[in-house]
Design a protein around this ligand. Sequence first.
Ligand SMILES: [Zn+2]
Length: 105
Amino acid sequence: MWIWLCISIQLSVDAHAGYNFPVSLASALPSWLGPFKLGGAKHHDDHHKYFRYNFQPFLTYLDDWMGTTYDEEKEKEKAREREERRRSTAREAAKAAEAEPKKAR
Ligand SMILES: [Zn+2]
């Protein structure tokens, strides 16, 4: 139990450090572990920044399987689409306002 406690504390310190240290538990695991890899500081920082993503604090496989892994490119694309919809709605509202007959005073 003490060994797990020490590992868990070290994982928490790594995850909250705000920096992916070149030597850490997250970087110590081989890359062939794939979805069972440790997320590291960036993964956990994204969880605190965008609270709807990266729920699994250390490992990443459940986020990958449930589609809650933060993907910066996908989020930028969603933001571009939202902005385009907003501009389109504003243009249509402006056209409708111009087409509407002016009320006499
Ligand atoms: Zn945290």
